[in-house]
Ligand binder design. Structure first.
Ligand code: ADP
Length: 499
């Protein structure tokens, strides 16, 4: 990896930071405590802005506003098409402000500007439009039941939703949770990650411009154990949708169990396998593996950090991979020539480096990288370990950084067993030209998504969410809308029915 971080943005104009306070009931307000925290530029570690530090009192205020907007406000009482119209306007505004939002997001999270614009903001707009279209298509069923009784089901908004989101895809995650909640007629309290609060506050002001009534979307910035925990344990929050680590997912569920038993949906960690068979095109397989591991600097829950290669392709793949990574550029995410930006913050950077040291100590071989990159900021060289054994920590635990592990297999049976030998079940990839092998693999792997000859292909219409300790409940698709709707059965007697 070559580093260009010292260019300091390559002449790109930095965005103005206008929104730094909590967004409650349609206004930007200070935290009750008056406290703030710093969000930092991962290129340097320098502070970018002071952000209001919300805590329990602020969550209480936000929940009260959301409750009022749900119990007495317009949003849940509008027709679905009216909600859809406002959401469409929201999507238009997002598109109009894409430039500024892209820069804020890249600055806060160290994400490549080019990718953020095309992927993150593009998918955010797409998600809003998808659920805008769903808002007037919420139907129940009619039930014949018996000669004496008939029924129908109503699908009603769940109420006040708590939406706790991570820092790796701040805008996509915001809209992945907010858009179906809006379509369903819920009101909400959103807790962005403390590492990346800027885009959520920015898009909150656009919601207001679009005509989303005050109190429907509230954003409380702050830390997990304080603001996040207050949402998870709140007696007046009706459900929580969480994306983050498995450890915190467990805390959120415990908090629900100890408070009001609110339903919780969890999109958690992974250790996803990418399985490459002998018949694969080696160039294509290498490109896929690089994308699947180093996209967004490996800060992706679906990262394919376990790459299983069939014996016959292993050596060719390894050589080609090492060659390809010679042209891989780590550096300033504002520079369009760069492939990989900095890790989001110091804690993540140190965590990833400690896993790399673990890998070395456990006896894995460093094919590329294996060290930090540059003197300043949170850059790490794309790291490939070979000679990785199934029981090494780097083969078992989620690293959440640019670290790929190569492992060898012989038969289909063997690799199915290895792929499923994990506590996680989020995603998997299969690379082969043999349709029979592909079909067998897709049926055998226990994961929320299996990508065949592709990776990372996602869409607002494609259900997303894992099994096992990767969590449960789906984001995206009409399944996501279902989470925000309660089903009510209504039954009436029928007299003198002919049948
Ligand atoms: P990571 O480990 O990748 O930073 P986390 O799971 O810690 O991911 O964070 C995801 C989100 O969960 C963030 O918004 C964070 O503030 C929040 N969070 C962290 N701890 C808690 C907690 N105890 N209760 C609720 N939310 C939390």
């Amino acid at each position: 990896g070559e580093k260009r971080a010292e260019n300091g943005g390559g002449g790109v104009e930095m965005p103005e930071i206008r929104y730094t306070k909590l967004f409650i009931n349609g206004s930007f307000v200070d935290a009750v405590s008056g406290k703030t925290f710093e969000t930092r530029d991962p290129r340097t570690g320098d502070a970018i802005a002071s952000i209001a530090e919300g805590d329990k009192e602020d969550v209480d205020l936000a929940v009260r506003a959301a409750r009022e907007a749900f119990d007495h406000g317009k949003w849940p009482r509008m027709s679905g098409s009216e909600r859809g119209k406002i959401m469409t306007k929201y999507a238009d505004l997002l598109e109009q402000h894409a430039e500024e939002l892209t820069k804020l997001e890249s600055l806060d999270a160290g994400k490549l500007v080019v990718v953020t614009r095309a992927v993150d903001i593009g998918a955010s707009v797409g998600t809003l439009r998808y659920f805008a279209g769903a808002a007037d298509k919420i139907h129940g069923e009619t039930l014949k039941m018996s000669r004496q009784f008939q029924g129908h089901t109503l699908r009603e908004p769940m109420g006040v939703a708590g939406l706790i989101i991570p820092w790796n895809f701040p805008s996509i995650m915001f809209f992945t949770k907010v858009a179906p909640a809006l379509a369903a007629g819920c009101t909400m309290v959103v807790k962005p990650a403390e590492q990346t609060p800027l885009s959520a506050l920015y898009v909150a002001h656009l919601a207001k411009q679009a005509g989303v009534p005050d109190g429907v979307i509230n954003v409380v910035t702050g830390f997990g154990p304080t603001a996040g925990a207050a949402i998870a344990s709140h007696m007046d929050v009706d459900m929580v949708s969480f994306t983050g680590s498995t450890a915190v997912g467990r805390l959120v569920m415990e908090a629900s169990a100890r408070s009001n038993l609110k339903p919780v949906s969890l999109e958690l960690g992974g250790k996803s396998p990418l399985i490459i068979f002998d018949d694969a095109d080696v160039d294509m397989a290498v490109d896929l593996a690089i994308g699947a591991n180093f996209f967004n600097k490996g800060e992706a829950c679906v990262a394919a950090s376990r790459v299983y290669l069939q014996e016959g392709i292993y050596d060719r793949f390894e050589k080609k991979l090492a060659d390809s990574l010679k042209n891989w550029v780590v550096g300033d995410p504002f520079d369009p020539r760069v492939n990989q930006g900095p890790q989001v913050d110091k804690a993540q950077y140190e965590r990833v480096l400690s896993y790399i040291e673990h890998g070395k100590r456990e006896g894995a071989t460093v094919l590329t990288g294996g060290k930090p990159c540059g003197q300043k900021g949170y850059y790490i060289d794309p790291t490939v370990f070979t000679d990785v054994k199934d029981d090494m920590i780097i083969a078992k635990e989620e690293i959440f950084g640019p670290v790929m592990c190569l492992m060898k297999f012989r038969t289909v049976e063997e690799v199915i067993a290895k792929a499923n030998d994990t506590r996680y079940g989020l995603a998997a990839g299969v690379v082969t030209k043999d349709i029979d092998v592909a079909n067998r693999m897709t049926r055998s792997i226990r994961a929320g998504v299996v990508w065949v000859n592709c990776y990372f292909a996602m869409d607002a219409d494609c259900p997303f969410g894992g099994r096992k300790m990767s969590g449960y409940g789906k984001d995206a698709s009409m399944h996501a809308l279902d989470k925000f709707l309660a089903v009510k059965s209504v039954v009436t007697p029928v007299y003198d029915s002919p049948w």
